[in-house]
Design a protein around this ligand. Structure first.
Ligand SMILES: Nc1ncnc2c1ncn2[C@@H]1O[C@H](COP(=O)(O)OP(=O)(O)OP(=O)(O)O)[C@@H](O)[C@H]1O
Length: 379
């Protein structure tokens, strides 16, 4: 799939912009704070109906404007999909084929994106929440059932945490209500875990291959999903549910004392091993970067395997952070198959010969010009 064009209105520092893209490589060059990441963010927003860098939608609306709007034409193998998303004080409206989608879960998943930003280089070393977000973002785009159960899980978790917080201070709490919440949480948690196990197993196959290639056969990568004791990928949803219920039962007093849900998939993690050694603990910075890159490239292949189309790759300020070998590997593996957007402050350190006739855009204070004719293409 690829994004043929995009139209922005009052999005961040773009008052109005209309751009047509190359189906292969698009490079956005500009000094700091000109609007390169804002453009990447608008594509991400069009795909996911949310930003990758803020949870506050209102920040996306241009200062002193009433609304922000992003339109794009998505080209798939067999058809085109006009997409539109409008943000205002009244909320968010998302449209596919000009039809409003009441449920955002029906909207997400049409345009698949993989974002690789400098903070992803800390995917391996950073906090577990980064790795959980990584799973949720990628799996959520490919699997609507997962997205649904994850949203349910998060909602019940919030209610249960509120209840536990109150129960901590009132010894006469409603045990029946807590049991209902726990049962619901275990049911949704079991679904979340089941799909995460499946995803990690599939990801493992692709990531192992990529890591072998980047390291010239030297590094064998293994990803494992770390969760509660005796919950494994061999269990059915029903078995995971029963096990979770047992665990919640035995942890009840501890959870009341702490006033929060201490167990469950919201506390899980991914562990990476290279040649049987934990990369988080023992890996060199280079191995950690290679592992992060392997994961991103594995996701691209996995998305193609599952959806039948390659996703769009957004490389925000990350290419020049990779050394020549990793850069070469990345650019060779996306060549001619993945539409890619690259932001950079300069082409120094970027192996241009591997980019194969990119379309170059210059970004300057919310105005974009393309290299070909140096004409301003903002409307
Ligand atoms: N809601 C908004 N309305 C208007 N301008 C905004 C809004 N949000 C951010 N900006 C402006 O957008 C600019 C930042 O753009 P962006 O984050 O895309 O930078 P960038 O070109 O990617 O730079 P860098 O290379 O430093 O990452 C800043 O000048 C900021 O003031």
């Amino acid at each position: 799939m690829y994004l043929e064009d995009i139209v922005l209105q009052n999005f961040r520092n773009y008052e109005s912009a209309e751009l047509s893209f190359s189906p292969s490589i698009n490079v956005l060059i500009g000094k700091n704070a000109q609007g390169k990441t804002n453009l990447i963010e608008s594509i991400y927003f069009l795909a996911m109906s949310r930003s990758h860098r803020t949870s506050k939608d209102r920040e996306l609306i241009r200062w002193e404007s009433e609304f922000a709007k992003v339109n794009g034409k998505l080209k798939k193998k067999s058809h085109s999909v006009p997409m539109e998303i409008i943000l205002s004080k009244r909320g968010k409206i998302a449209k596919l084929n000009h039809l409003e989608q009441k449920k955002l879960s029906n909207y997400i998943g049409q345009l698949n994106v993989i974002l690789f930003a400098p903070e992803d280089l800390s995917l391996v070393k950073g906090s577990p929440s980064i790795r959980r977000k990584f799973i949720d973002m990628e799996l959520g785009q490919m699997n609507k059932i997962y997205l649904y159960h994850l949203a349910q899980y998060q909602q019940i978790l919030k209610q249960r945490n509120q209840f536990l917080k109150q129960a901590k201070h009132s010894p006469k709490f409603d045990q029946i209500y807590l049991d209902v919440l726990t049962e619901q949480l275990a049911a949704e948690g079991a679904e979340v875990l089941f799909y995460r196990f499946k995803f990690v197993n599939q990801l493992n196959i692709w990531a192992q291959q990529v890591q072998i290639d980047i390291s010239n056969g030297k590094e064998q990568l293994e990803i494992t999903y770390k969760t509660l004791p005796d919950i494994t990928d061999e269990l059915s949803i029903e078995e995971i549910f029963n096990r979770l219920k047992e665990l919640y039962k035995s942890a009840q007093q501890q959870e009341i004392d702490q006033g929060t849900t201490t167990l469950g998939p919201h506390r899980d993690d991914l562990i990476f091993y290279v040649n049987d050694k934990n990369v988080q603990t023992y890996g060199s910075q280079g191995q950690q970067r290679t592992t992060a890159l392997s994961l991103k490239l594995a996701e691209i292949e996995l998305m193609n395997e599952i959806t039948g189309e390659y996703p769009i790759l957004l490389l925000d300020d990350v290419l020049s952070e990779l050394d020549d070998n990793r850069q070469t590997h990345l650019l060779n593996s996306i060549q001619n198959k993945v539409q890619t957007f690259i932001t950079t402050t300069s082409l120094d350190g970027v192996q241009m010969e591997l980019l194969n006739h990119p379309l170059i855009f210059y970004v300057d204070e919310g105005t974009i010009t393309d290299k070909e004719n140096e004409e301003e293409i903002n409307s």
